[in-house]
Design a protein around this ligand. Structure first.
Ligand code: 13P
Length: 341
């Protein structure tokens, strides 16, 4: 393992003022997104949509440090024949790849999942590196309900994350370690804090046992937040304070950066929360975004599958990227949202 190389890539991914675009939706998930805007889920439409974002010069060069791709996109060419990976690199962003094979039912444990994809992963990572990927992503999913998560779900998912991360580092890719505690459910913010802290502590224990170098990884956690159906929704300051407190107690300072998932928050909430955390300041790691929905909902709607909407969609994407770039510096203000894109 060349830790200097990994550390340099990891620091680029969390460079202040920039963050990661999670554009790694599987073909099935893209189907749902395309359905919502009345567009057929074909390979060409997925390509056109993603090309629209990757060719948003201002967003990509100023606010996006890296892009997480799905296998199909890593191999895809733009309409003019340029590989999409090249377009991302030319904008100055790092291409990455989702390598897990999804969260599957955990045998014997209702409503819990284990993320699969370890078999043959070494060979796939070697191929992905050859195709230009310099980081990878693996998402573990932890569900909260009255009697879950169980220790088995927490431990098994943390163990798989650690095996994945060690394989990435062996093959020259920075692992994004993503243990996502879902915000579905009616639990309050305290319950989210308790489970997030348990999951993070277990994950870092497993990373240690697997020999993963913390300087060569990026953590992608959920924020500590009220369940979506909880009648009492914690405000921006409480989310920021509890998230920072939890991360400080669980995430070693050797980790170069933490890039949050948006997890179903509204676009503006995801920005406001990140901004409030960076305004607290004095943090040992960079805190930025690795958003999927909170970066793409607006451009997806604006695009709606029509070539004549590309410029408007790019403006919508650039606006969300800029707002989140400011939030990564703690320099965002709600008034900026009302200024048109
Ligand atoms: P969201 O920001 O939509 O949660 O997606 C981020 C991601 O990559 C989930 O794995």
């Amino acid at each position: 393992m060349n830790l200097d190389v990994l550390n340099t890539i990891a620091r680029r991914m969390v460079e202040p003022g920039k963050g990661i675009l999670a554009a790694d939706e599987s073909t099935g998930t893209m189907g749902k997104r395309m359905d919502a805007i009345g567009v057929e889920n074909t390979e060409d439409n997925r390509r056109d949509y993603r090309e629209m974002m990757f060719r948003s010069d201002e967003a990509m060069s100023k606010y996006i440090s890296g892009v997480i791709l799905f296998d199909e996109t890593l191999r895809q060419k733009a309409a003019d024949g340029t590989p999409l990976v090249k377009i991302i690199e030319q904008a100055g962003a790092v291409p990455g790849i989702k390598v897990d094979k999804g969260a599957k039912p955990l045998a014997g444990y209702e409503d819990e999942t284990i993320t699969e994809g370890l078999d043959g992963l070494r060979e796939r990572l070697q191929e992905y590196h050859g195709l230009g990927a310099r980081f990878a992503k693996w998402r573990a999913v932890i569900n909260i309900d009255e009697d879950i998560p169980t220790w088995n779900a927490v431990k098994s998912n943390a163990h798989a994350l650690a095996r994945y991360a060690a394989l990435c580092q062996e093959n020259g890719l920075v692992p994004i370690v993503e243990p996502e505690v879902l915000m579905d459910g009616d639990h309050d913010i305290l319950r989210c804090e308790e489970v997030t802290s348990w999951v993070l502590n277990t994950t870092f224990a497993e990373l240690f046992e697997a020999g993963v170098a913390l300087e060569g990884m990026v953590l992608k956690p959920n924020m500590v937040i009220s369940g979506k159906k909880c009648p009492e929704q914690a405000g921006v300051d409480e989310v920021a304070e509890r998230t920072v407190k939890t991360l400080k107690s669980c995430v070693p300072a050797a980790v170069p950066g933490i890039a949050f998932l948006s997890g179903g928050q509204s676009d503006e909430d995801a920005t406001a929360h990140l901004d409030a955390m960076n305004k607290i300041g004095g943090l040992p790691w960079s805190l930025t975004f690795s958003y999927g929905r909170a970066l793409q909902a607006a451009p997806q709607k604006a695009w709606s599958g029509k070539a004549e909407n590309v410029a408007t969609a790019q403006a919508a994407f650039t606006k969300r990227a800029r707002m989140n770039g400011l939030a990564s510096l703690g320099e965002w203000k709600p008034e900026l949202e009302t200024v048109s894109a």
